[in-house]
Design a protein around this ligand. Structure first.
Ligand SMILES: Cc1cc2nc3c(=O)[nH]c(=O)nc-3n(C[C@H](O)[C@H](O)[C@H](O)COP(=O)(O)OP(=O)(O)OC[C@H]3O[C@@H](n4cnc5c(N)ncnc54)[C@H](O)[C@@H]3O)c2cc1C
Length: 396
């Protein structure tokens, strides 16, 4: 589908309201079916496209809304209160768009591509995982090969969320065949540049609608599609901060959805015994405190990120150990908090939350939240923090 750029209202207020509407009127209606069938939330993505939400991360100079990271996080947290899978798809799309918008602007190709994202509301996916490197995003086995202005890139990915439904995939790989595993670049592979062969299934406990099986990618295209600079920079300065903040926001949305259900349950109990406070209300007070702390955690990191000046010297700060530790801690604490909060909400609601066919059912939210600590394994992140803390002495 193609939108006229003049029809796309790119103010944050409009996009937030549109996302709220899509969440309530579309995503919430299909969330159970998406989860049950493990199918892509196509209706939700189509509605987001219609509203121009997919280009929220495109800078204003290229026709987008130029949303800050805090604003993008609000969009993801809003949508995930209705459907966690849809929220994760939107977050992963913004992460890829952020990499192009913040690292591709010296390239005519990427400037044009950003305008096309606004016009056509393209959906971008990511392929960082690889058979043989697994969760270590900072090393690749595959390499991009360039010849005569063209590239060839083949990759065996362990997990590729919604790759079969995306208009393009941002793929990590080694810079060239002789480069070491950590000397990586990002390549924008458009649907028409590649063949994708599904190699594994995606029949998971949660986030089933992200449709994330393994894929064998075979691609070729113009070498202008290689994002300028190194992935070491785009990872530290954009992919990691965007991922950990947007994931924190959408995991919060899943937890907030569960707490919202438990609050409705408690209010229902209160209505049955007017003049008394049901005992579950104290548990609700406790879990709402934990939910607020989680929100402040990702909001505060997003505000600090947005406050960093756009010039290269200031952006270098994002490659520091201080920022790496801060973002890693954010990821770990949000990914641990989300399932704990849903668990507490379940204790409030009781058996009606445990049942799959009750309006208070919390099964989907619980299963979705369990993916958080695995999506870039917390153990792997703790190990990185442990190494940094041997030399980094500032208090966190
Ligand atoms: C919902 C979802 C969507 C995803 N979407 C995508 C996508 O679109 N594109 C993509 O490329 N990838 C995607 N991934 C994959 C993700 O990025 C990681 O690659 C994947 O979660 C890591 O899988 P792993 O557990 O095998 O990895 P590993 O990190 O290799 O972990 C394997 C095991 O080793 C343990 N371990 C690892 N390192 C250490 C250590 N240092 N100390 C102790 N124990 C350790 C871990 O705890 C774990 O038990 C997605 C994952 C999820 C859950």
């Amino acid at each position: 589908m193609s939108l006229q750029s003049t029809q796309v209202n790119q103010s944050f207020g409009f996009l937030l309201e549109a996302t709220r509407r899509v969440g309530a009127d579309v995503a919430a209606l299909h969330a159970a079916d998406v989860d049950k069938k493990g199918r892509f939330p196509a209706e939700t993505l189509e509605a987001l496209r219609e509203a121009g939400v997919l280009s929220a991360a495109v800078p204003r100079d290229f026709g987008g809304a130029g949303c800050t990271l805090l604003e993008l996080a609000q969009l993801c947290s809003t949508l995930s209160q209705s459907c966690g899978s849809s929220g994760m798809v939107l977050a992963m799309h913004y992460i890829q768009l952020g990499c192009i918008a913040r690292h591709g602007l010296n390239s005519d190709f990427f400037q044009g591509y950003l305008r096309d994202v606004v016009k056509h509301q393209y959906l971008l996916a990511s392929m960082t995982s690889e058979v043989g490197t697994y969760g270590d995003t900072r090393s690749s086995i595959c390499a991009v090969e360039r010849q005569g202005g063209r590239f060839v890139l083949n990759k065996d990915a362990t997990t590729g969320s919604y790759c079969a439904y995306a208009d393009a995939i941002l793929v990590t790989c080694r810079r060239e065949a002789s480069a070491p595993a950590s000397d990586q670049v990002l390549v924008l592979v458009r649907r028409e540049d590649c063949t994708l062969t599904q190699t594994t299934s995606w029949d998971t406990m949660g986030l089933r609608g992200t449709c994330s099986p393994g894929f064998r990618l075979e691609s070729s295209g113009s070498d202008h599609q290689i994002v300028p600079g190194s992935y070491a920079d785009s990872s530290a300065q954009t992919m990691v901060p965007y991922s950990h903040i947007l994931w924190g926001a959408l995991w919060w949305g899943i937890a907030a959805d569960a707490v919202g259900k438990s609050a409705n349950f408690v209010r229902g109990q209160a209505r049955q015994t007017p003049g008394t406070v049901p005992p579950t209300a104290s548990r609700l007070a406790e879990v709402s405190m934990q939910l607020q702390t989680m929100k402040q955690n990702w909001q505060c990191a997003a505000q600090a990120f947005d406050a960093i000046a756009p010039d290269a010297a200031a952006q270098e700060e994002l490659s520091s150990m201080g920022w790496a530790l801060r973002l890693n801690n954010l990821k770990i604490s949000c990914s641990e908090a989300a399932p704990q909060i849903v668990h507490r909400a379940l204790q409030i609601v009781g058996i009606l939350g445990y049942k799959n066919d009750s309006p208070f059912s919390l099964g989907r939210q619980y299963r979705d939240a369990l993916s958080a600590s695995l999506m870039i394994s917390n153990d792997r992140i703790f190990a990185k923090n442990a190494s940094m803390l041997l030399v980094f002495k500032d208090a966190p």
